[in-house]
Design a binder for this molecule. Structure first.
Ligand code: HEC
Ligand code: HEC
Length: 414
């Protein structure tokens, strides 16, 4: 290139008519501070972990350019169409974001990258830089890992596994409930952690609270309180390995692994959750006259609905619950969690309205953990070995502690 032409390029104008800046200077002034900042980037608005704008920056301007270009994240000819800008700008126009600190940060990040990419695109040395033998590697994670740690995905799992538990905590922790109001007066706002705002508000609250121990998830207060391992105002509400414990333990383990960056590749992720959707209810099932052999053991029920058309019990349980049998009183009782395949008519109806079961004929299958299998391995599931009998009932499924549906264990058939 002749000298004159080089000068023309050097003083070329960006499309907006502004003089083009030196890419290295822009990088040092606007991109490096993002790289060096100890604070998370705006991506945390929607990604709980696994992505940060820092992962897309390398200490040198040239390496950053080469790496982003190689990944197809920079569009040299139409800088404003660069994919990295779309990643940064996602949701920027969402009115819900207005005023959020992350939204302001997002705008600043976008403008910094837009200016730098514009400068790079106008720099012939960078434009024409050959692909190096070894392209500098970015610190980004595979798409599966990014997807797993997305807040909307986490919320789905939270809603299914934790939010559905709230009736197990008998409204003691449900904000705005009379039971909770009383406790708040005595213990303060901290007992109102199932938030009035719903699952999202509750998840946000818990993630920012001290109730999750990121280093030792199994020691999270969210587990040790209901276990009464740490003295709990509500007494024993979980035993190791029961349904509530399993749900909370799996969730806090997942959060901790995610936040600690332990998921590097798709294979590190927890197995896909194929279980049915769960819907907490205030319908209680009581099993009375429990035999001595069941006393003080963890008892799980699976409830099957009668399919009149097929003239048979449904194959999959429509509800479940578990708890330790009160041996001295020869009784077991707990709230039911309803189950539905995601996308099924039942799931849709229960998502829209109040989850309930119609009155009718039901089969209650009882499993008793006599060998304390789940205490030894919290992930273990009770099955044929623990089957203790089944009871046919006519159920109304009225709600409330005072209106329990009752099954008589002395009528259990094996
Ligand atoms: C307003 C919410 C929001 C913000 C903020 C956000 N993302 Fe995302 N991100 C999403 C959603 C939703 C998806 C899934 C999009 C899809 O599957 O179509 C996603 C997907 C991704 C993916 C997967 C690949 C792809 O092209 O879809 C990457 C990588 C990613 N985001 C990076 C980032 C980075 C880096 C930031 C911060 C600079 C960020 N995101 C900020 C919501 C957001
Ligand atoms: C009968 C009411 C009652 C029930 C039911 C109950 N709790 Fe509690 N819980 C309390 C009281 C009172 C406190 C405050 C005193 C304390 O810290 O133990 C508390 C405190 C807690 C805390 C500590 C909150 C904080 O920020 O310090 C956690 C976590 C907790 N409970 C979890 C649970 C879970 C999970 C369940 C249900 C599976 C449950 N509780 C059921 C009454 C209850």
């Amino acid at each position: 290139m002749c000298r004159a032409a080089a000068l023309v390029v050097l003083f070329a104008l960006a499309p907006e008519g502004r003089a083009v800046d030196d890419p290295t200077k822009v990088f040092e002034e606007r991109i490096l501070p993002i790289f060096k900042s100890p604070d998370p980037s705006s991506c945390v608005r929607c990604h709980l972990a696994a992505v940060d704008l820092k992962n897309y920056i390398l200490p040198s301007a040239k390496d950053t350019f080469l790496a982003l270009r190689d990944q197809g994240l920079i569009d040299i000819d139409k800088p404003e169409n660069s994919k990295i800008l779309a990643l940064i700008n996602r949701g920027a126009n969402d009115p819900k974001a207005a005023g959020l600190i992350t939204a302001k940060k997002q705008k600043a990040e976008y403008e910094a990258f837009a200016a730098w990419i514009r400068a790079c695109a106008a720099d012939p040395a960078l434009r024409n830089a050959p692909k190096p033998e070894k392209v500098p590697a970015l610190g980004t994670k595979p798409a599966e890992v990014v997807r797993h740690a997305r807040k909307d995905r986490m919320l789905e799992s939270f809603e299914k596994n934790i939010w559905s538990l709230r009736f197990r905590c008998m409204n003691c922790h449900t904000e705005g409930n009379p039971q909770n109001d009383k406790l708040v007066k005595e213990y303060g706002e901290r007992v109102a952690w199932f938030k009035k705002g719903g699952p999202e508000a509750t998840m946000e609250y818990l993630l920012a609270s001290k109730l999750i121990d990121l280093e030792r998830p199994e020691k999270s207060l969210l587990l040790t309180k209901p276990l009464n391992e740490v003295k709990h105002g509500g007494g024993v509400k979980f035993v190791v390995g029961d349904q509530g414990y399993k749900a909370v333990r799996a969730w806090v383990e997942d959060v901790a692994a995610m936040k600690a960056g332990k998921y590097e590749k798709a294979a590190d992720l927890p197995p896909k959750d194929t279980a049915p959707k769960q819907f907490g209810t205030e319908a209680w099932l009581k099993i009375e006259k429990t035999p001595d052999a069941w006393g003080d053991k963890l008892l799980t029920v699976e409830v099957f609905a009668w399919d009149a058309k097929a003239g048979a019990w449904e194959r999959e349980p429509v509800a479940t619950s578990d708890r330790v049998v009160f041996g001295k009183g020869k009784v077991w009782q707990h709230t039911l969690t309803l189950l539905a395949i995601p996308g099924s008519d039942r799931a849709k109806a229960w998502e829209k309205g109040k989850p309930t079961l119609p009155a009718g004929k039901y089969l209650v299958k009882v499993y008793v953990d006599s060998a304390e299998k789940v205490k030894k391995d919290w992930k273990a599931k009770l099955g044929a070995d623990e089957f203790a009998g089944q009871i046919e009932i006519q159920a109304q499924w009225r709600e409330g502690y005072g209106a329990m549906t009752v099954a008589d264990a002395s009528r259990a058939k094996r």
